[in-house]
Design a protein around this ligand. Structure first.
Ligand code: ADP
Ligand code: ZN
Ligand code: MG
Length: 495
C-alpha cells in the first residue's frame, strides 16, 4: 500500500484455500480406516505408513482419486491426463515424516469455476486449482490454546486422511460472499457423495485477504495481476466453519482498514483465527514457496488418469436439479429449493412423485415430512427405506380413508416416533374416517340437541356454525372431515 493509496477508497480482496476431507473408507496412502470411533483412543488408527516410519511405502487409494475427479468435473475444471505427487517439506509435530505428500506442478484439477448466488445476484468464483494431499495428525493443546498451553499432545489418527485442497482465485469482494460460496461448495460436495459435512473438521479454510484501491477494480469486478501481487495480504488459518470464515474475515477487514487509516503498513503474514476470542492473532511471517523445498515424491509414480477419468461419472448437480424440478413438476422456487437441499431429499421426493401427483408429493415431502423430521433432529436418511409406508400414508388421505388432520398430526408423527406403519396407527387409534351415515346422524343429533345455536345461526351469528361443527366432530371422535361437516350442516340448516 503506497502513500497515495492511503487517500483512496479501499476494496476488499479475498481468496480461499479450502481443505476438504474426502469420504473414503481408508486413508490416502495406507489401509487404516478414516472413520473415527466415538471414543477412540489417540494413536490407535495408525500403521507404519501414516506414522511415517522409515522404509514404509505409500500406496495410493483409488477411491480418493475418483473423488478428486468427481470434484474436478463438478467444478467444471480441467482434469489432468497425468498427475504427480510432491513432498512439501516442513517440520511440525503433527507431520511425522517432516514432509507432507501433496501435489505441486501437476495438480489433478485446474481452471474451474463455481457459480454462487449472493443476495440474488449470480457470481462466478474461479477455481485456480484443486489437488490431492494427506491430512496431518492433530495437536491437543493442554491447559490453554496454541499460544498459552503448558504442553501439547499429538494424535496421528487423522494423519493420512485424504484431502482435496481447493484454491480459489481472489474473486471475493467481501466476507458475505465467502459464506455463500462455502455453503454452495458443501452442497455440491455432498451431492457428489465425497464429503460429510457433519464430520468434525471435515472442512478447513485458509483465507487470504488484502485491500486494494477501489479504483483499481474494473467495472466487471476484475483486478489486474500486478495490483493483486502488490497488495500485502494476510493468510488467516484455523477456520473450520462458514460462520467462522465470515467472522474472521470481517474482523480482518476492520483490522486492516484501521491499520491503513493510521498510516501503518499491513504485514504480509500468517494469522491464526482465535474463535473463542473472535480475533485474529499474528503467528509468523508468511512462508514462501521456496521455504518448502518441494521435490518429486519418488515413492509414487506419475498417475495416468486419461482413460480412467472418462469412466467416472457425477450425478445431476443441485442447480440443474432445481431447474428441472421447476420445469418437470411445476414447483415454485421455494419448493424446488427445499426439495433439492440434499441429494437424498431430492431422490426421495422423486420416488414419491412417481406414485402421486407432483403437487401432492411436494406438499407431503417438503412441508410435512421435512418439517416433522427437522423437529425431531432426524434426516431423510432415517426414513429412506420407509418409502412404501410414507406412500401408504398419502394414499390413505388421498382415498379419503383418514382425514388430513389426522394424517398429519397423528399418523405421521406416530410413524416417526414409534417406527410403526400407518395402518397400524390408524387401527390402533381408530382413525378410520366415519362413514357418511354416521356423520349425517351426528349432524342431526347436534342440531336437535342445540336449538339455541340453531337460532343464533339464523340470527346471523358467525360463531354458531363453528360451535355445531365442533359438536359433530366430537360425536364422531374427530374422524369426520371438518369441511364435509360444515357443508352438511349448512345444507341442513338452510332447509
Ligand atoms: P501463494 O503462491 O503466495 O500461496 P497463490 O497464487 O497460490 O499464492 O494464491 C494463494 C491464495 O491467495 C489463493 O486463494 C488466491 O486467491 C489468494 N490471493 C492471491 N492474491 C491475493 C490478494 N491480493 N488478496 C487476497 N487473496 C489473494
Ligand atoms: Zn495407516
Ligand atoms: Mg499457495
Amino acid at each position: 500500500m503506497t502513500a497515495q493509496a492511503l487517500q483512496r477508497d479501499l476494496a476488499v480482496v479475498i481468496g480461499l484455500e479450502v481443505h476438504v476431507q474426502l469420504e473414503t473408507d481408508t486413508k490416502i496412502f495406507c489401509s487404516c480406516s478414516t472413520e473415527a470411533a466415538e471414543d477412540e483412543e489417540p494413536n490407535t488408527r495408525t500403521c507404519p505408513v501414516c506414522l511415517g516410519l522409515p522404509g514404509a511405502l505409500p500406496v495410493l487409494n483409488e477411491g480418493a482419486v475418483e473423488a478428486a475427479v468427481k470434484i474436478g468435473k463438478a467444478l467444471d475444471a480441467d482434469v489432468a491426463e497425468e498427475t504427480r505427487f510432491h513432498r512439501k517439506n516442513y517440520y511440525y509435530p503433527d507431520l511425522p515424516k517432516n514432509f507432507q505428500i501433496t501435489q505441486y506442478d501437476a495438480p489433478i484439477c485446474a481452471d474451474g469455476a463455481l457459480e454462487v448466488s449472493v443476495e440474488g445476484e449470480r457470481r462466478v468464483v474461479g477455481i485456480g486449482r484443486a489437488h490431492l494431499e494427506e491430512d496431518p495428525g492433530s495437536l491437543q493443546h493442554e491447559g490453554g490454546n496454541i499460544e498459552t498451553a503448558d504442553y501439547s499432545l499429538v494424535n496421528y489418527n487423522r494423519a493420512g486422511t485424504p484431502l482435496m485442497e481447493i484454491v480459489t482465485e481472489p474473486d471475493f469482494r467481501g466476507p458475505g460472499e465467502v459464506r455463500a460460496f462455502l455453503a454452495k461448495l458443501e452442497e455440491v460436495l455432498e451431492y457428489l457423495g465425497v464429503f460429510d459435512a457433519s464430520r468434525d473438521g471435515s472442512l478447513r479454510i485458509d483465507a487470504n485477504i488484502s485491500l486494494v484501491p477501489a479504483d483499481e477494480v474494473g467495472e466487471d469486478g476484475a483486478i489486474d495481476e500486478a495490483t493483486l501481487a502488490d497488495a500485502n495480504r494476510t493468510e488467516v488459518k484455523n477456520i473450520s466453519s462458514h460462520k467462522g470464515a465470515e467472522q474472521a474475515l470481517a474482523y480482518e477487514v476492520t483490522r486492516q482498514k484501521n491499520a491503513v487509516k493510521r498510516g501503518r503498513e499491513i504485514a504480509q503474514e500468517t494469522r491464526h483465527w482465535d474463535e473463542s476470542r473472535g480475533i485474529t492473532v499474528s503467528m509468523r511471517s508468511k512462508e514462501e514457496e521456496k521455504d518448502y523445498r518441494y521435490f518429486r515424491e519418488a515413492d509414487l509414480p506419475p498417475l495416468q488418469v486419461a482413460d480412467w477419468k472418462d469412466e467416472i461419472s457425477i450425478p445431476e448437480l443441485p442447480d440443474a436439479r432445481r431447474e428441472r424440478f421447476r420445469e418437470e413438476y411445476g414447483l415454485d422456487a421455494e419448493a424446488a429449493s427445499k426439495l433439492t437441499s440434499t441429494k437424498e431429499v431430492a431422490d426421495f421426493f422423486e420416488d414419491v412423485a412417481d406414485r402421486f401427483d407432483a403437487d401432492l408429493a411436494a406438499t407431503w415431502v417438503a412441508d410435512d415430512l421435512l418439517g416433522e423430521l427437522n423437529y425431531r433432529d432426524m434426516a431423510i436418511a432415517d426414513v429412506e427405506d420407509r418409502l412404501d409406508e410414507f406412500a401408504r400414508l398419502i394414499e390413505l388421505v388421498d382415498s379419503d380413508e383418514i382425514t388430513e388432520k389426522n394424517a398429519r398430526e397423528v399418523v405421521l408423527r406416530t410413524m416417526l416416533d414409534e417406527g410403526v406403519d400407518p395402518d397400524t396407527v390408524v387401527d390402533r387409534e381408530g382413525l378410520g374416517k366415519a362413514g357418511d351415515e354416521a356423520v349425517v346422524a351426528a349432524v342431526e343429533e347436534a342440531i336437535e340437541e342445540n336449538p339455541d345455536a340453531v337460532e343464533d345461526y339464523h340470527a346471523g351469528e358467525g360463531g354458531a356454525l363453528n360451535f355445531l361443527v365442533g359438536q359433530v366432530m366430537s360425536k364422531t371422535g374427530g374422524s369426520a372431515d371438518p369441511g364435509t361437516v360444515n357443508g352438511l350442516l349448512r345444507e341442513r340448516l338452510e332447509d
